[in-house]
Structure formats: structure tokens, C-alpha cells
Design a protein around this ligand. Structure first.
Ligand code: NAD
Ligand code: SER
Length: 314
């Protein structure tokens, strides 16, 4: 069956990579990129692109009909650190975007949705080590509350309206092709840019603040994997835990120093420290491993050498 896929939020950290991967699989003309701001030249020159505000349900329907869309990857959101500074906007964007897309599937205008959740659904009362799939979810950030509510609505729309929506709780994502958009884990991308440019980095988290992270190619593989898994094997319709690698600023800095010996790091924790302190150190993703054979490939040394190699070359 011909699939026309709409990616909403194609100018962001994940969208700028996911669109190109989807175009390799389904063909350039079948993947419609969209955002409120222009996407990369590579995206705009290789296939269709629409300026689209996902909170405008009328325009969303227009774009979906114009391109005969069957699947939507909804990536537009305000991330954890920015959300603490734009509380109302974050809540309204993160929720209304999801409802607008879920309702298109409920009305059978589209047939399938990918919507990412986050490790931010966990909170200070969650067991931090190997946090299980069904752990306590009492987030204390605007972003985490919106992701938890989103998970509940996804499961509700699946149970009540048979909407085929799938979701992953991404950890902090690290990639060289795109910059992060205002999260608490952004330091793990910034550190590589600064290591190459200035040989030093001032980190906004404490040296021992361990968080779950994942390389972008693993995150994209997981996303494509769950979107193509037979519906009967997707047993969790809220959102799956997925794990890559866990490390602290000190550990990533040590790994960079193994590659760039002059590199040095300082620590000036800011308001993002409190957010990081509320999140798990590591994630148990055994349900994803069992249900759809998920496994991450990149550990910290592999991430570090790939980031340094590609950022230096580009
Ligand atoms: P990002 O901030 O880099 O990109 C979001 C994009 O959405 C931006 O290009 C922005 O212009 C666009 N956008 C904002 N408002 C919009 C609107 N009204 N209509 C259309 N587009 C709009 O975010 P990202 O890192 O690419 O994250 C994508 C998704 O993955 C989000 O739901 C995020 O919560 C989730 N996630 C990301 C990470 C991570 O580490 N990057 C981790 C966990 C979950
Ligand atoms: N990387 C994201 C953030 O820090 C986690 O969802 O906001």
C-alpha cells in the first residue's frame, strides 16, 4: 500500500534526521516534512515541505488531505528546560498537537501515528536504577506532566477508538547532524561542539548527574522498528521504555579526553539540575526487547568517536 507520511516538527533535532531516513525507505515524494519554521536545505530540496502550525487543526486537515497522508510522526513539542520557562505555551502546544493528530485517526482520516514520550514521565519518587516499564510516574516538570498525560491519552484512544498510535519514551538524544531544542540533556550534544571548537566546556549539570541517553541512529531505528511492528506485537499503547547508555557529565568528559587530550570541563549547575535530579539514572527496556526485539547498538565510546569524527569532518 502506498504510504504518504507527514512529519510534524521536521526542523527539530529528531525531525531533521528522521525525514531523511524515511525518504530513503519510502521515497522522497512520499515524505512530507512540516514545521512552523523552514527545515534544512537538504530536507526542503529533497522532497515536499509545508509550513504548518499543528495547533491549527483546519490547516492540519488541509495538509493531510492535500498529500493524502496515511501516517503522522508528531515531533512538535516544547522540551523540558524551555517548558519550565513557557509553562502555558508548553502545556497548550504539547497537548493540543496530540489531540489534533489523535482526532484525525479517530475520524479515520489517517491510519497510524508515532508520538514520542520521554524519560521525563518519571519523577523524584521513581526508582532511579533500571527504572521499570510500569514504575511510579509522578513527574514534577511541565514537560513531564504533558508527556504523562499524552501517554494516557494515546492508550485511551487505542482502547476506546481503536486508534493505531505507538510511542517510545526517548532518553536524551545525541546526534551530530542537528542541534537539540531546549532540553535538560542538551549538554551531551553541546559538549562535543565545544570540545572541537574551544577544547573546553562549562556544563550546566553537576559532574555526577547520571542520565539515560541514546545515540540518534539508535533512536531512529527504534522509531522505525515500532512503526513497522505488527500491531498484535505492540502490547503497550501508552509508551515503551527504551534504553541506550547511561553516563554522567564526568564520564562523557573522560571519554572525550581520551580522544582530545587538551579537553577540559567545568561545572556550573543551573535550574536544569533540578530537572535532571528528578529523572532516572538508567532504564529497564526489557518489554521493548521482548515485544519487538529492540536493542541499542551505540555505547559511550562508540557515540564519542562517531560524534567527534563526523563533527570534525563537517
Ligand atoms: P525540537 O525542539 O528540536 O524540535 C521540535 C520542532 O517542533 C521544532 O522544529 C519546532 O519549530 C517545531 N514546532 C514547535 N511548535 C510547532 C507548531 N505549533 N507546529 C509545528 N511545529 C512546531 O525537539 P526534538 O528534540 O526534535 O523532539 C521531538 C519530539 O521528541 C518531542 O516530542 C520531544 O518531546 C521528544 N523527545 C525528544 C528527546 C530529545 O532528547 N531530543 C527526548 C525525549 C523525547
Ligand atoms: N531530552 C529531553 C529533554 O531534556 C528529554 O525528553 O527535555
Amino acid at each position: 500500500m502506498q504510504e504518504n507520511i507527514l512529519v510534524i516538527g521536521s526542523s527539530g533535532q529528531i525531525g531533521s534526521e528522521l525525514v531523511l531516513e524515511l525518504r530513503k525507505i519510502y521515497g522522497n515524494s512520499s515524505i512530507i516534512a512540516s514545521d512552523i519554521i523552514p527545515s534544512s536545505d537538504e530536507i526542503i530540496s529533497s522532497g515536499p515541505f509545508e509550513i504548518l502550525d499543528v495547533t491549527d487543526s483546519k490547516k492540519l486537515l488541509e495538509v493531510v488531505k492535500k498529500h493524502d497522508i496515511s501516517q503522522v510522526y508528531l515531533l512538535a513539542a516544547i522540551l523540558s528546560a524551555n517548558a519550565e520557562e513557557k509553562v502555558n505555551l508548553a502545556w497548550s502546544l504539547n497537548m493540543s498537537s496530540l489531540f489534533n493528530v489523535l482526532n484525525l485517526a479517530k475520524e479515520r482520516v489517517i491510519r497510524k501515528i508515532f508520538w514520542p514520550s520521554s524519560i521525563a514521565v518519571f519523577g523524584p519518587n521513581t526508582d532511579k536504577i533500571n527504572t521499570p516499564q510500569f514504575a511510579i510516574t509522578e513527574p514534577n516538570t511541565v514537560y513531564g506532566i504533558s508527556k504523562l498525560a499524552g501517554e494516557r491519552w494515546c492508550e485511551y484512544y487505542f482502547n476506546k477508538f481503536n486508534v493505531d498510535v505507538v510511542s517510545l519514551r526517548y532518553p536524551g538524544l545525541i546526534g551530530w547532524k542537528s542541534l537539540p531544542g531546549g532540553g535538560t540533556t542538551d549538554y551531551a550534544v553541546e559538549i562535543f561542539h565545544e570540545a572541537i571548537k574551544n577544547k573546553k566546556y562549562n556544563c550546566f549539570l553537576k559532574k555526577d548527574s547520571t542520565l539515560p541517553m541514546m545515540y540518534m541512529s539508535d533512536a531512529i531505528n527504534a522509531t522505525l522498528n515500532i512503526m513497522t511492528t505488527e500491531a498484535k506485537n505492540v502490547k503497550i499503547r501508552s509508551s515503551y521504555n527504551i534504553a541506550g547508555v547511561s553516563f554522567s557529565p564526568k564520564e562523557i568528559s573522560d571519554e572525550i579526553q581520551r580522544n582530545i587530550s587538551e579537553f577540559s570541563i567545568t561545572y556550573t549547575p543551573d535550574f536544569r539540575q533540578k530537572i535532571a535530579d528528578s529523572w532516572p539514572n538508567s532504564i529497564d527496556d526489557s518489554r521493548a526487547q521482548k515485544d519487538w526485539k529492540w536493542k541499542a547498538e551505540f555505547d559511550l565510546p562508540k557515540i564519542t568517536s562517531d560524534m567527534l569524527k563526523n563533527l570534525t569532518a563537517n
